[in-house]
Design a protein around this ligand. Structure first.
Ligand code: SF4
Length: 417
């Protein structure tokens, strides 16, 4: 193994978010965790295990610890590694065999992608978040629109985003077909990195910061494609189908089968039938049974603060199972210091331990039967949340909180006063 000091590990997909006593109740999860503990020890890899204070979803803890820095190439065995591009890194999700290659050689063979600049202009209206922007971009450009491209996000809306918002944006680049999402490093990036555990300090920080800023694209850089999206036109966005591009504003109607081109009608019909939704009906008001706030897309402090703004002083609707799962032990600690856990508990949400939880079906947090879930995660594929017939509506954490309170898809703008 080459350069073990450049490799880091955590446990996220398989870890339960309630009881985490060992051995884990799921024998296979226990086996995987033990193998990870043994392997990282044998090869000298730093492992952020449960209880270390730094365990969490890999795409939350990397930036949190300052392991993700501009100009780096980052590879990780998870599709949503594009998240790290928020820091001006080139970050790839890789498969298991490529993980072997990277561990052995610190290299990987990959074709050079074309670059599409996606400029988001104007400004976002209240109640509209980075999640809505990323869903809107995928809706506009298509789930396969980014195949062969890296997406460089730019424009006044992106430049005004915090690093957490940029991470949400880049996280879902992969859902639009782009293997890489990227934002130029700037003063916001440098400010965010200052003081993080794996970032140099003093003069070394100033030297690093100057180098990081030099990574940004030249003002006269040429792109293979350039797209402009009007941020002012974006509404709180909800998916109605079985891929993240099947999304509409919460105030729109679900598209009818007839509104699709012949080539897309089959997928649309399949989605409407699976979701049991009617073309032409409003998405607002669709009943839900589960609400999930978490995942590497939306489990950071700003996500929890916005969801708590909606939950404060309200109650989860009867019959709704609502979970809040912080992205890392550090996020959990900070949220508890701010009293957010109590806000959620008082409203009737479950407050869990960090992990991927209900984003995917590799731990005990799963949908049951045909349950409809308002989810702040990133994939609404059939079976993604554990039940083969379970249904997922992707939306921002604030919108999930609103849906949990109302027991149905709700327009968060009416609840943010
Ligand atoms: S939260 Fe979901 S998408 Fe993100 S790393 Fe975990 S399983 Fe993958």
């Amino acid at each position: 193994m080459l350069y073990p000091e450049r490799t880091f590990a955590t446990v996220d997909h398989i870890i339960p978010t309630d009881a985490r006593t060992r051995p884990l109740a799921d024998g296979l999860a226990e086996q995987m965790l033990t193998a990870l503990e043994d392997g990282t020890e044998e090869f000298g890899i730093r492992f952020f295990n449960v209880g270390s204070g730094h365990q969490g979803i890999v795409h939350v803890i990397g930036p949190e610890l300052g392991l993700t820095q501009p100009g780096m190439t980052v590879a990780c065995g998870d599709s949503h590694t594009s998240t790290h591009g928020a820091f001006g890194t080139i970050a790839f999700g890789i498969g298991t065999s490529q993980v072997h290659d990277v561990l052995a050689t610190q290299c990987m063979a990959i074709a050079k992608p074309k670059v599409r600049r996606v400029r988001v202009t104007g400004s976002l209206r209240p109640g509209v978040y980075a999640k809505d922007v990323t869903l809107h971009i995928i809706r506009t450009l298509g789930v396969k629109g980014g195949v062969g491209y890296a997406y460089e996000y730019a424009g006044p809306v992106i430049e005004g985003f915090s690093m957490e918002e940029r991470m949400t944006l880049c996280n879902m680049a992969i859902e639009g077909g782009a293997r890489v999402g990227y934002v130029n490093p700037d003063a916001t990036t440098v400010d965010d990195l200052r003081g993080r555990a794996h970032v140099p300090d003093g003069e070394a920080f100033d030297r690093a910061a100057a180098w990081w800023l030099s990574m940004a694209s030249d003002p006269d850089a040429r792109y293979d494609d350039d797209v402009e999206i009007d941020g002012t036109s974006i509404a709180p966005t909800v998916t109605w189908g079985i891929n993240p591009g099947q999304a509409i504003g919460v105030d729109e109607r679900i598209p009818t089968s007839a509104s699709f081109a012949d080539a897309d009608r089959g997928t649309a019909d399949e989605a409407l039938a699976f979701m049991d939704l009617e073309g032409g009906a409003a998405i607002e008001g669709v009943p839900i049974q589960v609400a999930f706030i978490g995942s590497c897309t939306n489990s950071r402090m700003s996500d929890l603060r916005e969801a708590a703004r909606v939950a404060r002083g309200r109650k989860v609707a009867e019959g709704v199972r609502a979970l809040v799962v912080p992205g890392s032990e550090e996020v959990k600690k900070q949220a508890e210091a701010e009293g957010l856990d109590q806000v959620f508990r008082d409203a009737g949400f479950q407050w869990r331990e960090p992990g991927c939880s209900m984003c995917l079906a590799m731990n005990p947090d799963q949908l049951v039967g045909r349950e409809m879930c308002a989810s702040s995660s990133n994939r609404n594929f059939k079976g993604r949340q554990g039940s083969p017939t379970g249904r997922t509506l992707l939306m921002s954490p604030a919108m999930v909180a609103a849906a949990a309170i109302e027991g149905r898809v709700a327009d968060v703008r009416r609840m943010l006063t």
